[in-house]
Structures are given as structure tokens and as C-alpha cells.
Design a protein around this ligand. Sequence first.
Ligand SMILES: Cc1ncc(COP(=O)(O)O)c(C=O)c1O
Length: 370
Amino acid sequence: MADPVPAETSTSTGTDPGTLTLPPFAVETPCFVILEDAVLHNLRQTAHGAGGIARLMPHIKTHRASWLIETMLAEGVRAFKAATAAEVEIAAAAGAPYVVWAYPTVNSLAIARVARAARSHPHVRIAAMVDSQQGLRAWQDELAGDAAPNLRLRLDLDPGLGRTGVAIGPRAWELAKRINDARLFDGWHAYDGHIQNPDRALRSARVTELAERLRDFVAGGRDQGLDGDLIAAGSYSFDLWPADIARWVSPGSWTYSSAQHDVELADIGWRIGGYVLATVLSVREGTATLDAGSKAISPDIPLADRFRGPGPIRLMKEEHVVVATDRVTVGQQVALIPRHGCTAAYLYDRALVRLRDGSWEYRPQLGASR
Ligand SMILES: Cc1ncc(COP(=O)(O)O)c(C=O)c1O
């Protein structure tokens, strides 16, 4: 694990988008651009922070790209996390040894689809998530008709995010015991997306406290015959979880980093691996209009923070964004670094990739298809 760093002292203002490598030829914009060497650098940094690539379970929701799964497999990644059935399918088809569908649902059609993926790829170990009696029943109904020996279920715990999962405590043991009785228990899952303090010391203290609670909880489960490991962590905590309690760490947004990571997590040393390329359409005194509106960079972040570009964001409509700058010219192509890379990449079913050998080519990705 990486050496702990004392209180966050970073005064980083983040990557200047003007320093990113741009395609040296005309490109239809808006366009999502991936810099493969930066992604590979980020993978190495993340594996190092995780204490080794064998502990890393990258979340593929960030890129949703088969070619990146294959690249990571070639680099030694052995397990992936997925949010949707389509992501499970592409990871299994790419030959991932272990795929975890980290999305507890009771939807029988989505469940059937993931069970089909498991049956089509019998050598891929697949784990799905359960956080309710109804969810367990839905899986049992699916598997009663047609078994999938390589598919098991994890108990999703709520470590404080308040989104999915059973509270850490006796009710979670009870549900896990039912999964175990059905011979389906694969272990535990706890995603700590609520721990995002920019101050590393504070973040670390919160993870340590949570890890202690989970250590007791998992040990209590083991005393009751519940034998399974724990998957935890995202990009803010993957290098803080003790390895004795979290067998796997599952960050995702490290892949492209972001205009948030390169300020708040600057000490990790990720590089910007994905950005949106836009064209300057017009300029007027003090502002410029670019062709990257909310259909090019999703509006799930407050307006002023959606990306770092040539200047502060003044206005964003579907197909246009107006930024305050007098330093760009009409026709110029500029890089915009999203604050949330996952929902930006999601808007593109292909990306222009600068490969590690310096060549450029378009590569497909799932984009918004479920
Ligand atoms: C269940 C789950 N695991 C892991 C992650 C990855 O976290 P991050 O985006 O911080 O890398 C997410 C992100 O939303 C998630 O929902």
C-alpha cells in the first residue's frame, strides 16, 4: 500500500487543458479523446496504490470499452466491476476471469440477462449483488429454471452512502445466511462513495474506522459459517483500505482521472486520460462559443464545474457552451477536461484514441447503450 501522506497540502490547480495532446488532423467535434499512455500510466499508479494489480478490480462503467478491458487484462488485471448487464457481457466476452455486477436489482429481466451471460461464458466467474429478500428470491427463481454454476451472489452492505445495501449488522448476516443456505454466497461488498474528503488524513481516518467495523462484522459472519471476502473502495479510498479486510479494491474513475481528481487527489499522480475535444464556433468580447453543450458533457455537475477548459463556463445549452476567454480563435480545437469523466464518456459510442505508439484511431465503446 502507498505510504500515508499527512494532511492534504496540495495546492494543485490541476492540469492545464492547453497542455494535452490534441489530434494533429481535422476531427469532427464534439469528440471524446482517449490518451492510451495516460490510461496505462494511471493503471500502474492505481495498482501501486492498491498494493499490487492482483488486488485491483477496476470498475468498467467509466469507459465501457472492450478494448480497454483487453488492455487491462494484458497488463495483469484479473477482475472487473460492472454496473449494467451490458458491461457484464463485454467483460465476460473479453475473457475477464472474474466479473462482479455491483448493482443489486430485483428486475427479473436484467437478472436473466446476466445469468445468460454467465451460462455463455462458463469459465468466467460472475458475482451479482443482493440487498433484499426479494432480490435473492428473484435470483433463485432465475437459477431454478436453468442453473449457472459459475454465478454466485454477494451481500451488498451500506457503509454509509445510503444508496444500496443492507446496514452493517445482524440483518445483513441473516440475508447472507439465506444466500449461503442456497449455496450461492460469494462474499461481501461495500462501496464507500460517501468518503470523498479532499483532505487525505481525514479520508484515511474515515476509511480506518469503517474498516474496523467491517473487520468485526466479517469475523462475526465467519463465526456463523459465512466464508467470503470483501470488495470495497472507489478512487478516493482504494489506497487507504487495509488489505487484511478488503481483498479487492474497485476504483473506476481513475481511468481518465478528471478535473476533480487532478486537484483533490493530485498526490496520486494520475494523468488526464480522456477529454472532450471541441471547436470554437464564434468569439465576442470576452467570451467564446464552443460546440460542446450538455449533449457533449453531461450536466450532472453544477454548471460552473462541468469541465476545465479555456475559461470559466458562463452558459451551457444542448449543443453550445459559452466560456469567458479572449485567448481562443474561431476554428481552433480545444480540450475540455470533464469533472465527471464517466458520464462524459458515456455520451460517445466511439472515441478517438491516441495509441501508445503515437498513432490515432477511432475505437468503439458502449456509450449510452444499456
Ligand atoms: C459500486 C461502485 N463501486 C465502485 C465505484 C468506483 O468509484 P470511483 O468512481 O470513485 O472510482 C462506483 C462509482 O460510482 C460504484 O458505484
